[in-house]
Design a binder for this molecule. Structure first.
Ligand SMILES: [Zn+2]
Length: 325
C-alpha cells in the first residue's frame, strides 16, 4: 500500500497530466506530466509548492485588479456568472451580487440531465438575489449514448469507451458562454471554483485571461475568476451562505448537487480503478483550504464510486421518459 500526502491525499508515485487527471507515465496524450512524491514530512511536491507560494495578499491583489476592469461601452453588466445551480456557483453568485455589489447576469447550460427541480431552484435563487438568469439548452444525449450502453440482459449500463462526459459538457458550457459574452458585451466571468487556476514555481493564480474568436471573427478575451477560492470561502462558510439564500439540497445521486450524470458516468468509467477519477481535482480543493483537515466528507469523496442497481434504474427510467431508448 503506497502512502499518501498528509495534506491532499494524493498517492506517492502517481503521475498527474494537464493539472487535473492522473495518467500513466508513458501516456502520450499528456505531454506535460509531473510525478507526485512526498517529502520527509509526508507532504507532496504540489502541496509544498502551494505552501511556499500562497499569499492572501496576492489573491487580494488579483481580486482588486479583476474588480477594477472597466465595463465595455454599452454593456449593462459587470460580469457573467457561470451558474450551474449547484452549491459552489450559488456561492459565487451570492458573493458577486451581495458582497461585491456587481451587476451580474447568470447563465446556466441545460445539458439535458439537469432535473426540473434544479432549474426551478436556480430560478428562485436568482429571483431572490435579483439577478437575471439565461438558460441555454444544448443537450449531450448523443454524447451519452455514444459512450454508454444498456445491457438488456442485466438491465445495467456499461461504458463502451472509458470516457468521462464532463469534458464534453464543459466544452458546451464554454462555447455557449462565449456567445453570451459577445451578445452582452462582457469581459469578466465568475465561476464557483474552490481552487486556483495555476500553481507555478512562483505564484498561485486565481484569475486567468482566456482568448477566443468572437462571432465577427475578431480576437476577444475574458478574465475568469475562481471567486469562492479568491475570497477563501471554505465548506463551513459555504453552508452559512447557502442558508442565507435558501438553497436546499434535492439530494441527487453522486456528489454534484445539480446534474444527474457525473457520479453515474464516473462510476461506469472507473470500475477497475482504485482511485476516484476526480482525485486530482479534489486534492486541489483540499490543498486550497476548502475542506477541513481529516474532514470525513473529503475522505468519503475520495473513494471510487460503487454503482447500485438503483443508480442504473434511475438513468434508465430518465431515458425512457424522454423517449430516447
Ligand atoms: Zn499534497
Amino acid at each position: 500500500m503506497s502512502s499518501c500526502c498528509k495534506v491532499c491525499s494524493l498517492p506517492d508515485g502517481v503521475y498527474i497530466g494537464n493539472s487535473i487527471f492522473l495518467c500513466d507515465p508513458d501516456d502520450k496524450s499528456f505531454p506535460f506530466k509531473e510525478k507526485v512524491y512526498l517529502n520527509e514530512d509526508g507532504v507532496c511536491n504540489f502541496c509544498e509548492r502551494y505552501q511556499q507560494n500562497f499569499k492572501q495578499s496576492d489573491l487580494d491583489k488579483q481580486l482588486k485588479a479583476f474588480l477594477n476592469l472597466k465595463r465595455l461601452p454599452g454593456s449593462d453588466y459587470d460580469a457573467l456568472v457561470a451558474y450551474s445551480g449547484g452549491k459552489d456557483s450559488s456561492i459565487a453568485l451570492y458573493l458577486a451580487k451581495r458582497v461585491l455589489n456587481l451587476n451580474v447576469i447568470a447563465y446556466t447550460l441545460d445539458n439535458g440531465f439537469i432535473p426540473d427541480e434544479v432549474l426551478k431552484r436556480s430560478k428562485s435563487i436568482c429571483d431572490f438575489l435579483e439577478v437575471p438568469l439565461v438558460v441555454v439548452k444544448d443537450d449531450i444525449y448523443n454524447n451519452f449514448l455514444e459512450n454508454y450502453e444498456l445491457d438488456s440482459t442485466s438491465n445495467k449500463w456499461f461504458a463502451k469507451k472509458k470516457k468521462d462526459l464532463c469534458s464534453d459538457c464543459s466544452n458546451k458550457i464554454f462555447s455557449n458562454l462565449r456567445s453570451l459574452l459577445d451578445k452582452y458585451k462582457i469581459q469578466r466571468v465568475i465561476t464557483g471554483l474552490n481552487t486556483y487556476h495555476d500553481l507555478s514555481e512562483f505564484s498561485v493564480r486565481s484569475v486567468k485571461k482566456y482568448w477566443y474568436q468572437s462571432i465577427d471573427s475578431s480576437k476577444s478575451f475574458y478574465w475568469h475568476i475562481a471567486l469562492p477560492y479568491t475570497m477563501q470561502i471554505n465548506m463551513e462558510m459555504q453552508n452559512d451562505i447557502l442558508q442565507k439564500i435558501n438553497w436546499s439540497d434535492i439530494n441527487l445521486k453522486g456528489y454534484t448537487s445539480n446534474c444527474l450524470i457525473p457520479g453515474f458516468t464516473e462510476g461506469l468509467c472507473q470500475t477497475k480503478s482504485k482511485y476516484n477519477l476526480d482525485i486530482v481535482y479534489l486534492a486541489k480543493e483540499k490543498r486550497s483550504g476548502y475542506f477541513k483537515n481529516n474532514d470525513e466528507s473529503f475522505l468519503q469523496l475520495l473513494k471510487p464510486k460503487i454503482m447500485t442497481d438503483t443508480d442504473h434504474e434511475t438513468i434508465t427510467s430518465f431515458f425512457m421518459e424522454k423517449g430516447l431508448i
